[in-house]
Write a protein that binds this ligand. Structure first.
Ligand code: URA
Length: 172
């Protein structure tokens, strides 16, 4: 997979933050700029974080389960997730975040090994090596399901991120 990418995409945001977001893998924009979540999904992610009172530069450190863009933006394979896992593990160990937000089903699988539907697991606190983990919908999915009505995926994601902020405030 590393053969097709322009560069390794490692992180953006604040490495001293208490909150770490983990996405799936870089897309074309991320591959070009060398930072995770800088395309359309990233813009929406930043907006959702801001709505919950979280600043994506100050309050959050952002990375991906896989560090190289999969060709054609396909989903990373189980083998690729496993190959990148030691890097992710090191990244978490260095940043020592108190809370992890797992952005989408692939991140949930990569970190916790859970393959259940994200629609059922989102919003439910999990634990990874003593850190609180919150699975949320991936913003690419929210771009296709843009309704902000109560109970719709986008509004549920807002609520999930509010729960994350409240957790950070409660456990200082
Ligand atoms: N989607 C992801 O999961 N990560 C990115 O960095 C960009 C899009």
């Amino acid at each position: 997979m590393a053969l097709g990418r322009q560069q390794v995409v490692f992180s953006r945001g604040n490495p001293l933050a208490r909150l770490m977001l983990i996405g799936e893998a870089p897309g074309a924009q991320e591959d070009g700029r060398g930072q995770p979540f800088v395309g359309r999904s990233g813009l929406l992610l930043d907006q959702l974080l801001a709505t919950a009172g979280l600043d994506s530069h100050r309050d959050v450190y952002i990375g991906n389960a896989v560090k190289c863009r999969p060709p054609g933006n396909r989903k990373p394979t189980t083998l690729e997730l496993a190959a990148c896992r030691p890097w992710l593990q090191q990244q978490i160990a260095l940043v020592q975040p108190q809370v992890l937000v797992l952005v989408g089903a692939t991140a949930l699988q990569a970190v916790l090994g859970l393959k259940g539907p994200i629609s059922q697991l989102r919003g439910q606190w999990q634990s990874f090596e003593g850190r609180a983990c919150m699975p949320i919908f991936h913003p690419a999915y929210l771009l296709r399901n843009g309704s902000t009505q109560p109970g719709r995926p986008r509004d549920l994601t807002r609520l999930d991120l509010v729960a994350v902020r409240e957790h950070l405030l409660a456990f200082r």
